[in-house]
Unconditional design. Structure first.
Length: 260
């Protein structure tokens, strides 16, 4: 992939659930290393986009590309056909995700949660995986919790472990799905600062769904406003939050900020 090509590209993507239109001929792209945040009301299609990138949902029509390769399809005898499970597995290895819920394995240590993926999926040597795991625990400020069980940690600490676990897989793309929604308010700032530091110090491409408007404004390179399965406005955060061009964007931002 050349640096000028998008890291993520949706082209004319449709997704319907029965008669409900979720994504409506969606077109958008994310450049390599860019931090893009998706905002918009519940049901506008934001989380479905992340689920499609994780191959948890399939497109009804259109195509998705990651790193210059088709995610939703593959080429066979010069024809574009729906992707096989083997193709999905290979493409999935480039993509990490941090969920609303931490999804840590309670019967494993913190370090074990971080090293299991690289050892099993990437074939990383056990000692190298542990060494990298400790480096990541240092990054997230939890070296003293390596032997602890997830149940012994606070919600903020568990989310930090989940972030370290995602980074251990060396993803090209990191998806963030409302990563602070399950946290107590006093823990939110620390987790968001950690993500901002990671975004600033790596070349990972981020795609983030959040209702934390201050975080979106501070960290994002670009913000996309979604409504009814389409992008209704896209722009740098300062422009979009201070002088939105679209009336729907203005209504949404005013409503969210008023609720804070």
């Amino acid at each position: 992939m050349s640096h000028s090509e998008p890291m993520i590209r949706f082209t004319d993507v449709e997704k319907n659930y029965g008669k409900t239109v979720c994504l409506d001929h969606l077109d958008f792209s994310v450049a390599p290393g860019e931090f893009v945040t998706l905002i918009g009301p519940s049901g506008s299609g934001k989380t479905t986009i992340l689920r499609m990138l994780m191959t948890l949902e399939r497109v009804d029509s259109g195509t998705i590309e990651v790193g210059g390769e088709y995610l939703s399809h593959e080429r066979r005898k010069d024809k574009l056909v729906p992707a096989s499970e083997a193709h999905f597995r290979r493409m999935r290895s480039q993509i990490g995700m941090v969920f609303q819920q931490f999804n840590l394995f309670p019967n494993m240590s913190v370090l074990g949660n971080i090293t299991m993926g690289p050892i099993r999926s990437l074939g990383t040597d056990q000692e190298k995986a542990k060494e990298r795991g400790m480096e990541l625990l240092e990054l997230v400020g939890l070296t003293d919790k390596a032997k602890a069980r997830p149940t012994e940690l606070s919600g903020g600490q568990q989310q930090r472990v989940a972030i370290a676990r995602a980074l251990a897989m060396e993803p090209k793309v990191l998806l963030l799905d409302e990563v602070t929604s399950a946290l107590d308010p006093e823990l939110v700032t620390g987790v968001l600062k950690l993500l901002a530091d990671i975004a600033a110090s790596t070349d990972i491409t981020f795609l983030c769904v959040t209702h934390e408007m201050r975080f979106a404004r501070t960290v994002s390179d670009r913000v996309l406003m979604f409504d009814q399965g389409r992008v209704v406005e896209s722009g740098p955060p300062e422009q979009l939050f201070t002088e939105p061009a679209n009336q729907r964007t203005r209504q949404f931002i005013d409503a969210v900020l008023a609720a804070d």
